[in-house]
Design a protein around this ligand. Structure first.
Ligand code: ADP
Length: 253
């Protein structure tokens, strides 16, 4: 039985008069991939950034690995890994130099090549960040979340804008990171991605959680309520055709 590693209780966030997060509660179990799904503006990033200690909450309680966010934000920072927006990297540094820079900030001894191996970027060690493809940039930014050997990593829309092969490659990487014991919290707009990756998802709408369960359970509940797809579903999708014709291998490397 896994234990709960994050507990969020009755979280509220106001930006001036506007309430972006309206009393959200959920917990994340150690070792799971937990998804926050919802339309743009639902409050997903705000919720994540509060847990990541990057944004002030208005009220509510957040506990991360037994530590209260109000009392121990610095201790929480040490055990989490946060994916930066890719525009945040110094464009003139190569990947090895960037890892050394981050390792210095975290005061961690890290072997850059070993870390690049994990995300399949060893051959790009001397390349500058701006020279990478979209998928490679995302893989590198996931590598930087691992520098401080975190217990939990936060990934905000890690596959947005990637081609189908690069998305699948990133799914494998995320599953692999979880296999090493790291808890993963992810936001995504792709429901197929959530279905493949997430053990449980919370669906957020207008600042509230409107459903929380495993993808299977949510689908079963919908079917049990009498829902039927309006037309017969084909046995393959256009994405299946695309992958079948162009293969699974990455083109960018
Ligand atoms: P999501 O990640 O689900 O797209 P966000 O958490 O980014 O949603 O935003 C939730 C709501 O809060 C949106 O209506 C957004 O415009 C608003 N919002 C986000 N950040 C700020 C801010 N710094 N100031 C004012 N409003 C904000």
């Amino acid at each position: 039985m896994s234990r709960s590693i994050i507990q969020v209780s009755n979280l509220h966030k106001k930006y001036g008069e506007f309430e972006a997060v309206k009393g959200i509660s959920f917990e994340v179990m150690e070792g799971e991939i937990f998804g926050l799904l919802g339309p743009n503006g639902a409050g997903k990033s705000t919720t994540l950034e509060i847990i990541e200690t990057l944004r002030q909450k208005t009220s509510g309680e957040v506990i991360v690995d037994g530590m209260n966010l109000d009392q121990s934000p610095d201790a929480i920072k040490k055990i989490i890994g946060v994916q930066l927006q890719t525009s945040g990297y110094y464009p003139g540094l190569n990947l090895t130099e960037l890892i050394q820079l981050f390792a210095g900030l975290y005061n961690e001894a890290v072997d850059p090549l070993q870390l690049l191996d994990k995300v399949n970027l060893r051959d790009k060690a001397k390349a500058k960040f701006k020279e990478l493809s979209g998928g490679q940039k995302q893989r590198f930014s996931i590598a930087t979340t691992l520098i401080n050997r975190p217990k939990i990593i936060f990934l905000d829309e890690p596959t947005t804008g990637l081609d189908p092969q690069a998305r699948r490659n990133l799914w494998d990487l995320i599953l692999d990171i979880r296999k090493q014991g790291t808890t993963v919290i992810i936001t995504t707009h792709y429901m197929d991605e959530a279905e493949v990756l997430c053990d449980r998802v919370a669906i957020v709408d207008s600042g509230k959680i409107i459903a929380i369960a495993s993808p299977d359970q949510l689908i079963d509940d919908l079917v049990a309520s009498g829902f039927e797809r309006p037309k017969e579903v084909k046995k393959a999708s256009l994405e299946d055709v695309f992958i079948h014709l162009t293969g699974h291998s990455l083109r960018e490397d």
